[in-house]
Design a protein around this ligand. Sequence first.
Ligand SMILES: Cc1cc2nc3c(=O)[nH]c(=O)nc-3n(C[C@H](O)[C@H](O)[C@H](O)COP(=O)(O)OP(=O)(O)OC[C@H]3O[C@@H](n4cnc5c(N)ncnc54)[C@H](O)[C@@H]3O)c2cc1C
Length: 387
Amino acid sequence: MKKAYDVIIIGGGIVGCAVAFELAKRGRSDILLIDKEYLSSGATGRCGAGIRQQWGSMLNATLAVESTHIFETLEDYTGYDRSCGLNQSGYLLLAYTEKEWEQFQENLAVQHSLGVDSFTVGLDENIYQYVPHINTAGLYGATFCQKDGHADPFHCTFAYAQGAKKMGVDILTYTHVDQILAEQGKVKGVLTDQGEFSANTIINCAGGWAPGLAAQVGDEIPVFPERHQIMVTEPVAPLGADGKYMPMVMSFSRKFYVQQTPHGSLIMGIGETEPISFNINSTWQFLEKCSKVVTDTLPALKELRIVRQWAGHYDMSPDRSPVIEFSPHAEGLVTICGFSGHGFMVAPRTAILVANALCGEDDSIDIKMFASSRFQSGKLLLEPSVV
Ligand SMILES: Cc1cc2nc3c(=O)[nH]c(=O)nc-3n(C[C@H](O)[C@H](O)[C@H](O)COP(=O)(O)OP(=O)(O)OC[C@H]3O[C@@H](n4cnc5c(N)ncnc54)[C@H](O)[C@@H]3O)c2cc1C
């Protein structure tokens, strides 16, 4: 194996693999991607893989809309010969207060300005056309977008990785990056448990571990890992209208999401604040709490058996938007993290943004706004609609 590269990418989640692909697509060569385990072994392989365009901030909506367009053709885009499992079964978003409903109206205006076909759903018989089993008690209003949905996080990651490999990217798994090497304010390479590899550009896509690696050269990125649990029921017949599978049902104020997958299982989670840690153990308390919250809105699910649960961590940033940091301490180092629980769905467009910046290509989004200096300047990238 070669020891000298132009670019080293740390992290084989969807972000690292998509960045590798986009760089290779732009003609960059001599790229090595390293992961300490297997591709998608981090948050990516543990996520709900929901993809929604119903965002409240223009920035997130833009990233999500343009990423969705790529997910829609990801197999052709990357030359992948299997399905990436995109299923656009829709998202029904629920508002439980007048204030939340007003926010939804503002969100719709943002979405419509980007051409998203999202709309309000009446609480009369109309809502049952989307989710027949919904309990509308306490509900103020709802919005729906058919083009929202979910995909297979493993296949999406593998599609990018295989596409990158075909263009010459080397991928090294089960290799731990112990140290980012820098000299006189410039990166030089990485020290791993398989030896040293040199490169003048290092792209740190290590998810929740990224701030720890960046700190080795003095970059202080206030992103921290937070456990989030998720669970799955036995498969059942379609619970949506007209024999369709139930779309994603999500509430920001009640902090839950639940969707039916194409093989009939329901996958669900809740928003919980946890201590900062890499702990990804599962708890029975989560099963109880999540079941209670979700079945208040969907009582029909009370009869279902839970077959599996697991956890992963969100890489949380203070304003819950991503950080893209061109290191002020080690030239050539870029850290991409802080996706705060929605990095899967925005990874395709984020990778394009980073690749454009590294290849000197223009982009309609100003990458500088993602720098962590925003936490000092107060120019936060706030998002009103997250679980
Ligand atoms: C329960 C749960 C549900 C979620 N649901 C959704 C959802 O519905 N929609 C959505 O958009 N997002 C969701 N997310 C968030 C999403 O999973 C992440 O934002 C996204 O996967 C981040 O991708 P990444 O590539 O940045 O990080 P990761 O997937 O974490 O990849 C980082 C990689 O870096 C590697 N690495 C770390 N340190 C080192 C090192 N020192 N040396 C070598 N390799 C290293 C790791 O092994 C890992 O593979 C969810 C997350 C969780 C936990």
